[in-house]
Design a protein around this ligand. Structure first.
Ligand code: NFS
Ligand code: SF4
Length: 657
């Protein structure tokens, strides 16, 4: 084992300051004894560069790199004359481009798979949900009446391909955008063409000496981000539902205690569901179960992490071992017999930790190889070839386990899988599925508004803490919370994603939850499934009574512990769609600049949403609730809510009497 020598400079911070996740705390402690460090320790010993944190530097050409002074932002310009606003806007745009590229490339992989399934070249996957196929086709104007699934699928594929390739016009899912919102986009020229074109144009416009007007750069940010949210991400979600099934709520186990000492433990971490779906087939092969038993194991135990885990927990009820900041920690258990990854959010640091515990780390995707990991390429045309090989390796690691095994015994239960389709059914019943009851409860004030709380965990803030405290505060104030990605795992570990958590909600929200039998915190899926939130918002507009555009709705969004460029793209597509979106941790621009004012104020006056920023959960909640109340007031709903509060007081007075 590679024992790390601590230099005097290395700070050893109490594990309680790193994370509120008890299992992760236990494993960081064990890791320290074993001489293994994690991203938590590295973050503590790596001061974030203050100039980079403000995006006040530019390296877009070699007359620079140029560094501006965030304390005196207008005191200096770059060698080419670029102002702080140009430099920050260009940097921001490239973050959006990278994040949008990640989601749209993921969506494109799903579309590639769909094409090969439809044309019969791939037989290991099939169309599982024909109802969803028809619904998606209809939503973009494809005729379904009297046609075979195959005919519809062929036409749907061709239409959706333009989400990526359209050189002009509007992407297909623009047809799902509420008319008033679409009108705003058209007015400002931000309706996306194909994502390839938008991302290419951002890279062009942010090259040295091209677009040097921060408002114009922001337009292209919006256009590109919308090509992610209403394009690539939405395609990823819809095609995954068609191929693997549309989620409906299941009770699942989360946390590191889902690992089993006496079983072969396999963890899948990453993002694209096809790898995991094939792995589910492989671990259920009777020959492998026999082989595992022959090796002395009771069976094969499959668990997910990050968004890969979020995809299958809602479709198959597969247990989830933890979110982004627990991926190194889980290896410290010594109980992981293999970790297989595909793309995104895979820390290079995993290689070293895996090596220390004799856990094979397997990369599977040609787009993501990691030095020191073993590559077993996954191919959609013969998926089981790779997943079978991974299972065999895992069994052999179990047989030869040398690492001392210590599994935190933490297991929590969550109920997740609230797809848009299920919410519709849950609220309206099978005969008249509808968002009407949701809108009615918002109008009558039982539900104050809806919040999306999503995104990563980040070692710059205490893991899970901001997610949990923020969500508690929101539901206490009758705000219904929708969740995706790593955030929902934080809440599941805290026990807030079960119907029983309704007792933590305010009186109005509690009443609705108890009537419907739903949790006050609804887990919708992975990060690409933020597109489900866009669809939910559009449906709220369509049903009526809450304004004409997404910007009118009493809703707000937040990624309180974000760390990735994908999150920036998501944040910006929510803003461009009309949602007030608050980010925590840090915001990569200088406060008090014109570009800051543009993102945080002016976009709203143009008919979009706007950005917000705060670090502390109470402060984030205050910003979001204030915004929701402002929207309620604009809709004339502030009176309604007061009446409910009076009712409650009355009821208490009666109770006391
Ligand atoms: Ni979203 Fe999913 Fe997690 Fe953040 Fe990473 S896994 S795509 S980026 S860290 S929520
Ligand atoms: Fe400096 Fe301008 Fe070159 Fe950026 S583009 S590095 S600001 S000279």
């Amino acid at each position: 084992m590679d024992i790390k020598k601590k230099s005097d400079k290395d700070k050893e911070i109490p594990v309680q300051d790193f994370t509120t996740c008890d299992a992760t705390q236990q494993m960081i402690t064990k890791g320290r004894l074993d001489g293994v460090d994690t991203a938590f320790d590295r973050a503590a010993n790596m001061k974030a560069c203050p100039i980079g944190a403000d995006s006040a530097c530019c390296k877009h050409c070699f007359m620079g790199p140029c560094r501006l002074n965030a304390k005196d932002p207008y005191g200096k310009v770059g060698v080419c004359g670029a102002t702080i606003d140009t430099i920050m806007a260009r940097n921001f745009a490239r973050m959006v481009a990278s994040g949008a590229a990640a989601h749209t490339d993921h969506g494109m992989s799903m579309l590639d798979l769909f094409r090969e399934v439809v044309n019969g070249k791939i037989k290991d996957y099939s169309i599982k949900d024909t109802q969803k196929l028809e619904a998606v086709a209809q939503s973009i104007g494809i005729e379904t009446e009297g046609r075979s699934a195959k005919e519809i699928a062929v036409e749907l594929y061709e239409a959706l391909e333009s989400t990526y390739t359209a050189v002009e016009g509007e992407i297909p899912f623009a047809k799902r955008v509420p008319p008033k919102t679409l009108e705003t986009w058209r007015k400002h020229g931000v309706v996306p063409r194909g994502a390839m074109r938008e991302i290419m144009e951002i890279m062009h416009r942010t090259h040295m000496g091209v677009d040097q007007d921060y408002t114009n750069i922001t337009k292209q940010c919006s256009r590109t981000a919308l090509a992610d949210g209403w394009g690539g991400s939405m395609v990823a979600t819809e095609i995954s539902d068609i191929l693997f099934g549309t989620p409906s709520p299941v009770s699942i186990e989360v946390n590191m205690g889902v690992l089993k000492e006496d079983q072969v433990n396999i963890i899948i971490h990453g993002h694209e569901p096809n790898l995991f779906e094939s792995m589910i087939e492989s671990v259920n092969e009777p020959t492998f179960i026999e082989a595992a038993k022959a090796a002395g194991a009771k069976g094969i135990n499959l668990a997910g992490m990050c968004c890969s885990g979020a995809e299958v927990l809602v479709r198959h009820g597969i247990p989830h071992a933890g979110n982004f900041m627990s991926t190194e920690a889980v290896l410290i258990t010594g109980a992981v017999d293999i970790m297989a990854v595909d793309v995104q959010c895979i820390k290079q640091g995993l290689v070293k930790v895996a090596e220390c515990y004799g856990t094979p780390l397997i990369t599977t995707n040609p787009r993501c190889r990691i030095e020191g990991a073993t590559h077993i390429e996954f191919n959609d045309h013969e998926p089981k070839k790779s997943t079978d090989e991974i299972v065999i390796k895992a069994i052999s690691r179990f047989k030869n386990r040398k690492a001392k095994v210590q599994i935190p015994q933490n297991v929590n239960i969550g109920v997740h899988g609230f797809s848009h389709e299920y919410i519709n059914y849950m609220l309206g019943g099978s005969f008249r599925g509808s968002y009407r009851p949701l809108n009615d409860n918002i109008i009558n004030g039982r539900i104050r508004g809806v919040a999306g709380v999503v995104g990563c965990t980040n070692p710059r803030v205490k893991q899970d803490h901001v997610h949990i405290e923020l969500v508690k505060e929101l539901i206490k104030n009758d705000v219904l919370v929708l969740q995706t990605g790593c955030s929902q795992i934080a809440l599941a570990k805290a026990g807030l994603t079960t119907p029983e958590a309704a007792h933590l909600a305010g009186p109005g929200l509690r009443e609705v939850c108890e009537t419907v039998g739903m949790p006050p915190v609804l887990g919708l899926g992975s990060c690409v499934d933020n597109s489900r939130i866009l669809i939910a918002a559009s449906e709220m507009v369509r049903i009526g009574g809450l304004g004409d555009s997404i910007a009118d709705l009493p809703v707000a969004g937040c990624a309180p512990e974000y760390m990735s460029e994908k999150a920036i793209s998501i944040g910006h597509y929510f803003v461009a769609s009309g949602v007030y979106t608050v980010f925590g941790v840090t915001f990569p621009i200088v406060q008090g600049t014109r570009f800051h004012k543009h993102l945080f104020e002016e976009l709203e006056t143009m008919g979009f949403g706007k950005w917000g920023f705060a670090i502390e959960p109470q402060e984030i909640a205050r910003l979001m609730i204030n915004h929701i109340d402002k929207k309620r007031q604009a809709l004339g709903l502030d009176k309604g809510r007061e009446r409910v509060l009076v009712d409650m007081q009355d009821r208490r007075a009666i109770d006391a009497a």
